[in-house]
Design a protein around this ligand. Structure first.
Ligand SMILES: Cc1cc2nc3c(=O)[nH]c(=O)nc-3n(C[C@H](O)[C@H](O)[C@H](O)COP(=O)(O)OP(=O)(O)OC[C@H]3O[C@@H](n4cnc5c(N)ncnc54)[C@H](O)[C@@H]3O)c2cc1C
Length: 373
């Protein structure tokens, strides 16, 4: 009989998926090792303390969910504050509330009643005479009319994707929610907030009893790492796992420019989007506002969308036909793996919010641990 391996589970990646899975495995008496190629735990929700402010190093993260079980789960590790995401948009120096709601419509057109706003949007949609949208520009105009599109969607989207809106496929925008109430809360979910003390507290809580090795790339010695445990949970790039045999999956990347400013309050809000094309960044994040900070200084981050190359962080999958077909082939190989479970955003080649990642990690973990040990 084969000798039992040192660990029950090797978990590749200490992001939310890996951390939740590890927590559940340890709770069920399993011996786990988690490795991460970065020099910190937490994956993309990691925060770095700068000037006593929790800086979201890989982009602003706001937790939101409708699922009470997931909300209670995260709150069992760290208390969440009452932060509500209400981003502003700056278009050529003019400020607008987001998401599109009665405040935005008042700022755009001076309309005060929902009926006036509906009439304005409808007349612009009718004027555009678009029956079947053939690109993103036509899709957006057919949903919200020209003014909202020109001032609040066009430039931002073109920067995000690095292409003109009339060259982008219509499917990127499925719907554009408009709200006919004076309500600047970006999310519709029942629960929303930021962990008090930052996301690291959530990850620390999840990984409290787990052995972790940082600065350790699974691919530095795939065989050795696979041999160390009975089962591997892999949350890295699935195409790399299979040595890119069907080709590389493509992403959009981001570059962040962090800056400490010697002032207490720079922009009065955590998130301000810059929706004109000529400003190269898409938004400025002022991190202290996520936690209602009163520190004497502030830290702001400009977010610049970029083309992705393999040395850069893979942030947003490009789920077009070509890439999805390649992914399906990798996924089929994954189905046949007996000792490897794939999880998280990179292995699934899909953008997921945090609550979705936690939900899927809990579901997969319950599949592993629901039967008696
Ligand atoms: C800019 C941006 C903003 C976002 N904002 C929000 C938000 O406001 N609200 C929200 O709900 N969600 C948000 N998200 C989504 C959120 O980041 C994800 O849902 C979540 O972080 C995914 O967790 P994960 O564990 O799947 O992946 P990750 O956090 O990426 O973790 C994967 C880990 O695996 C490690 N790894 C990869 N390959 C290897 C290897 N070969 N060897 C060792 N380690 C490896 C990586 O270093 C990483 O630490 C945002 C995402 C982005 C990109």
């Amino acid at each position: 009989m084969d000798e039992k391996k040192e660990y029950d589970y090797l978990i590749v990646g200490s992001g939310l998926f890996g951390a939740v899975f590890a927590h559940e495995a340890i709770k069920h008496g399993k011996k786990c090792l988690i490795i991460d190629k970065r020099n910190h735990i937490g994956g993309n929700v990691y925060c770095e303390k700068i000037e006593d402010i929790n800086v979201h190093k890989y982009g602003a993260h706001i937790f939101h969910t409708n699922d009470k079980t997931i909300w209670d789960y995260v709150n069992s590790f760290v208390e969440f504050n009452r932060y509500t995401n209400s981003p502003m948009a700056n278009y050529k120096g003019q400020l607008f509330n987001l998401p599109f709601n009665m405040n935005t419509f008042y700022q755009l057109w001076g309309v005060k009643t929902p009926q006036e706003a509906r009439d304005k949007i409808k007349s612009q949609i009718d004027q555009a005479l678009i029956t079947i949208p053939s690109n993103l520009q036509e899709q957006a105009i057919s949903l919200v009319g020209n003014d909202i599109y020109e001032k609040l969607i066009k430039g931002y989207t073109e920067k995000q994707w690095g292409r003109s809106a009339n060259e982008l496929p219509a499917f990127i925008i499925k719907r554009l929610p408009v709200r006919f109430t004076y309500d600047n809360n970006y999310f519709n979910d029942k629960y929303q907030g930021i962990p008090i003390g930052g996301y690291n507290k959530l990850i620390d809580g999840l990984l409290g009893n787990c052995e972790v090795r940082l600065g350790t790339d699974y691919f530095s010695n795939k065989q050795q790492w696979s041999d160390i445990a009975e089962h591997t949970v892999f949350t890295g790039n699935i195409d790399q796992f299979y040595e890119y045999r069907f080709g590389k999956l493509e992403y959009r990347s981001l570059r962040f420019e962090h800056e400490v400013l010697d002032e207490e309050n720079h922009q009065g809000n955590a998130v301000v989007n810059y929706t004109e094309r000529d400003i190269p960044y898409t938004r400025i994040i002022e991190h202290k506002h996520f936690e209602f900070g009163t520190q004497p200084k502030t830290v702001v981050t400009k977010e610049f969308p970029e083309d992705w190359t393999p040395e850069k962080e893979a942030y947003y999958p490009i789920n077009d036909k070509k890439n999805n077909e390649i992914f399906e082939k990798y996924k089929m190989l994954g189905v046949d793996e007996l000792n490897v479970t794939f999880g998280g955003r990179l292995a699934n080649y899909q953008y997921y919010d945090m609550h979705q990642i936690i939900g899927s990690a809990l579901k997969i973990a319950s599949g592993h641990f629901s039967s008696p040990n």
